[in-house]
Design a protein around this ligand. Structure first.
Ligand code: GLY
Ligand code: MN
Ligand code: MN
Length: 442
């Protein structure tokens, strides 16, 4: 048995126990979890790339639709009804080369209707998945909030198998990031966002469906769009570049960002980038169980305020005024990070207990979605950024706070866009493990 197979075995055993106790507590006799259905575009016969129901992916590293997983408290092995139709338009999904199926009682079916028949009586069962109407027709309780809250609360905690998958996703993404760094370094008078994207895929090698999200690669001013997806083929005078790109390993996501500036870029932009890197590392060092993510976010704003005052982008105030007057928000309009796992923006960032209660919004940062104290074995991203975003800055030019901004310098920096540095961090009792820097030290 490989190390990963051993870890998967323990992961499934742990899931069997956790589900038994959650189902007993919620007073269900069992649960059916569907792999999900593909999204078909309106009035079309084309489908979006398939993403499995994350509750299904938590058990099975299989990324095809329509399978049903049935779990009953006390059963050692869940039943997996695996849908594999006779088809010649598409290759039917197969388990022939899967190393994980021994942990399930597998029933193969070719027919959609046979899937449910294989499961027998489902009295007092819950259902988790998108086919809620179909489940209700069969008298199952579809997506009950109390059950989903309990499952999410547990899913935020990663088993050693899941941590290993996240680490391997980081290792794969690292190959792409290294290739992109070198490719960008080779650009002289012109650059290409598409060439960077292709270099990333080639290095894996990966296809688009091996990515954990649509890659974000912006040269110069486009790096200030937080989620920029165009891939321009010809960009004159490339000076700065932001790449936010991940990879999938057995359904687990890496989510990594790096920013590069050429020697010829604005000296203040380069100084801020250096400063942001040390801020990011300091914030990573503050991650540990029981640390409040909200406090980390606030500390990030204070440190960014200090940096912007030091380089002269902000002026005539102290760091506390810069944060409390929302000046720094204009340079960092997103949260410091988020939970990471099967979903890029994983579950339970606001949840404060297994019942599903949520932390109240913070008064200073009301839109923050990751707010609560961290727990050992959660994986989070730490991704501070500093951007020169014209649409946000323009609103400040005539505001009362306008005097705090050094508009001459800001106008010089706008063409260089923005920067973000993002690592994936495993939370431990009194420390943390950086799953990204071990593969991408830069
Ligand atoms: N790649 C999306 C994010 O960093 O949240
Ligand atoms: Mn992220
Ligand atoms: Mn990202």
């Amino acid at each position: 048995m490989t190390d990963l197979a051993k870890l998967f075995n323990e992961h499934v055993q742990q899931r069997v126990q956790t589900y038994s106790s959650i189902l007993n507590d919620c007073q269900f006799d069992g649960v059916v979890i569907s792999a999900g259905v593909p999204h078909v575009y309106f009035e079309d016969d084309q489908e979006a790339a398939f993403h499995p129901n994350p509750h299904f992916a938590h058990w099975c590293p299989e990324s095809s639709p329509y399978h049903l997983l049935c779990i009953k408290p006390g059963d050692k092995k869940p039943t997996l009804v695996f849908y594999s139709p006779d088809d010649y338009w598409h290759e039917p999904p197969s388990l022939a080369h899967s190393d994980w199926t021994g942990h399930f009682h597998v029933v193969m079916v070719k027919d959609m209707d046979q899937r449910w028949q294989q499961l027998g009586s489902l009295s007092n069962f819950a259902f988790v998945g998108p086919e809620a109407d179909e489940a209700r027709k069969r008298q199952l309780i579809a997506n009950p909030r109390n059950l989903l809250a309990r499952l999410d609360w547990q899913r935020a905690l990663k088993s050693p198998y899941e941590v290993r998958c996240l680490e391997l996703a980081n290792a794969l993404a690292a190959k792409g990031h290294k290739a992109v760094k070198d490719t960008f370094a080779g650009f002289k008078q012109t650059g290409s966002e598409l060439a960077l994207h292709l270099a990333y895929l080639q290095a894996g090698p990966m296809s688009e469906t091996d990515l954990s999200y649509n890659s974000i690669i912006g040269i110069n001013e486009k790096s200030a769009f937080l989620h920029y997806h165009a891939k321009r083929q010809h960009v004159a005078n490339p000076q700065t570049m932001l790449i936010d790109c991940g990879a999938l390993y057995r359904g687990y996501c890496a989510d990594i960002t790096r920013t590069f500036a050429k020697d010829s870029a604005h000296p203040v932009f380069k100084e801020i980038l250096k400063g942001l890197d040390s801020i990011q590392l300091k914030l990573v060092d503050a991650v540990k169980a029981d640390a409040s993510f909200l406090s980390l976010h606030k500390s990030c704003h204070e440190q960014i305020a200090e940096l912007l005052l030091q380089v002269g982008v902000l002026k005539s105030c102290d760091k506390h005024t810069a944060v409390s007057q929302n000046l720094t928000f204009n340079f960092l309009p997103h949260g410091l990070g988020h939970m990471l796992g099967i979903q890029v923006h994983d579950v339970a960032g606001k949840q404060i207990n297994e019942r599903g209660d949520e932390a109240p919004p913070d008064q200073e940062f009301p839109r923050l979605r990751t707010l609560r104290p961290l727990r050992s074995n959660e994986v989070i991203t730490i991704e501070p950024g500093i951007y020169f975003i014209p649409t946000l800055l323009d609103k400040c030019r005539n505001a009362d706070s306008s005097n705090y901004f050094n508009w001459r310098l800001i106008d010089e920096l706008i063409p260089f866009g923005g920067m973000r540095i993002e690592d994936n961090i495993l939370v431990l009792k009194d420390s943390r493990e950086n799953l990204t820097r071990k593969f991408i030290p830069f």
